[in-house]
Design a protein around this ligand. Structure first.
Ligand code: DGY
Length: 323
């Protein structure tokens, strides 16, 4: 008998076909987060879940006594109650390795767009306001030879360092664990403590997962340490930044701009942010290219199949369950 699995969003056809060749698959038909109570209902009989951004809570786990594999289609898995899975020895995987370069591209796009006022410039031309070349029109900030600060130096932070070096930037990073000297040398990145990172960065880009330790790590105090000309880039998770403090920092000129792909209460965007020209907004599209989404979905399927076959998957995020 094929194992029953539930998929929380429609996936690209090749990934669904691969999954269906081995499993009996039901999926939520909408490209939206399935409500927790409905997910719990759908999971009564299943052995595996392939989840994208839906919450896998205690309620879902309690409703799913046969569940033995959770494959998260995304690198961040703050949507899953990991401790509750650990207690039940349910393995969880993510799709690390499939989307980092693509997300770094988006982070660098936000950096350039904010520094060089790309969205304002586009609006200006489309509105028919451009009537002559002007010396003083839409001055932005130089990016080259500035300091790029990276908070987090993992799968996305490191490709971001490469992009910064390619733009002749000085690259500083802060992370829980300092990288090997050889990695620092290869990426031309210098380690800094958090305070130095905040004080010296012209562009501060966030690449940490959301954990109790990183929630609101960028708060009013952090903005107080940053340069008045600094630009904040967030493609990690909204709650890493205290959004009310960000609004205040932008309003009072404590920093000069922000490029944001993630928000504290998605999809709600603080209306004050939406009204600020010095802020560039995107709707959580860090990994949104056709190629990458297919790679993510295929990897998520392969991880799920490996777990269901009793194998230890490559992308395990809670390896402690095996000890
Ligand atoms: C990720 O991979 O974590 C992206 O944010 C998509 O959820």
């Amino acid at each position: 008998m094929k194992p029953k699995v539930f998929v929380t969003r429609p996936l690209p056809a090749p990934a669904m076909e691969l999954l269906s060749s081995v499993c009996e698959v039901r999926n939520y038909p909408e490209d939206a987060a399935i409500p927790v109570s409905q997910l719990a209902e759908e999971c009564r009989e299943v052995e595996g879940i392939l989840v994208n951004s839906a919450r896998v809570s205690e309620e879902v786990l309690q409703a799913a006594p046969r569940l033995r594999a959770i494959s998260n289609c995304g690198v961040g898995y703050d949507n899953i109650e990991v401790e509750a899975c650990n207690r039940r020895r349910i393995p969880i995987t993510n799709t690390a390795g499939s989307l980092e370069e693509t997300t770094a591209d988006l982070a660098f796009m936000l950096l350039l767009a904010t520094a060089r006022r790309a969205i304002e410039a586009d609006r200006y031309v489309r509105a028919g306001r451009w009537d002559r070349w002007q010396w003083g029109l839409l001055h932005g900030l130089d990016v080259h030879h500035k300091t790029l600060g990276l908070l987090g130096f993992g799968g996305i932070g490191q490709p971001m360092a490469r992009r910064g070096h390619g733009f002749s930037m000085r690259v500083l990073y802060h992370a829980r664990h300092r990288a090997d000297e050889s990695v620092e040398r290869e990426l031309h990145a210098e380690y800094a403590d958090l305070e130095t990172l905040l004080r010296e960065s012209d562009f501060l880009s966030l690449h940490v997962p959301l954990t109790p330790q990183t929630r609101h790590v960028i708060d009013g105090k952090a903005f107080g340490l940053m340069k008045k000309t600094a630009i904040l880039i967030n493609t990690a998770r909204g709650p890493v930044v205290d959004e009310a403090a960000l609004v205040e920092a932008l309003r009072s000129g404590e920093i000069s701009g922000a490029g944001l792909d993630v928000f504290e209460e998605e999809p709600r965007v603080n209306p004050e942010l939406a009204g600020m020209d010095q802020v560039v907004l995107a709707p959580h599209i860090g990994s949104a290219t056709g190629e990458t989404r297919l790679r993510m979905a295929t990897l998520a399927v392969k991880n799920l199949l490996a777990m269901l076959a009793g194998e230890r998957p490559r992308n395990i995020v809670n390896p402690a369950i095996y000890s």
